[in-house]
Design a protein around this ligand. Sequence first.
Ligand code: ZN
Length: 173
Amino acid sequence: MTGAPPKIVVVGHPVLAARAEPVSEFDDALGRLVDDMFESMAVANGVGLAAPQVGRSLAVFVYDCPDETGARHRGHVVNPTIETFGEPEAADEGCLSVPGPYRELERPSGATVRGVDRTGKPIEVTGTGFFARCLQHETDHLAGMLFIDRLPRNIRRRVLREMEPYEWNVVPG
Ligand code: ZN
């Protein structure tokens, strides 16, 4: 253990806008990255965190997220692909890399993510409600997309003005 978990980068950092590299080495370094990401997510009280958010352009995300029944889902996915299903649902959404503001955003009500775990073993995760939103949000990060990129431009501008970084963020500049 090296002490403090990695800080979370905020919008404006180029790593957040880049497509994440697929993971090809399932080694100790990948395991450490996943552990570190769980820690950073916990410190920031997040429900999900993608590797680019800790400055690493790799296709990995972690989650610790309730669904619409209150059931808690906790895990990680490496090299995910996503399929959505169900009716569009509007709900408030936020992001640790856009610290502060939340905005209503419509997304499909269900999602299935397929990928592998930290050892390379195939996994599949299906979520509904808030958990489905989380899976879509984190998969978006790995494509270089933030939730604000799905909002109309005028709303996006307002959100950016409302940002308020916390001590677990690292602000570019
Ligand atoms: Zn996010």
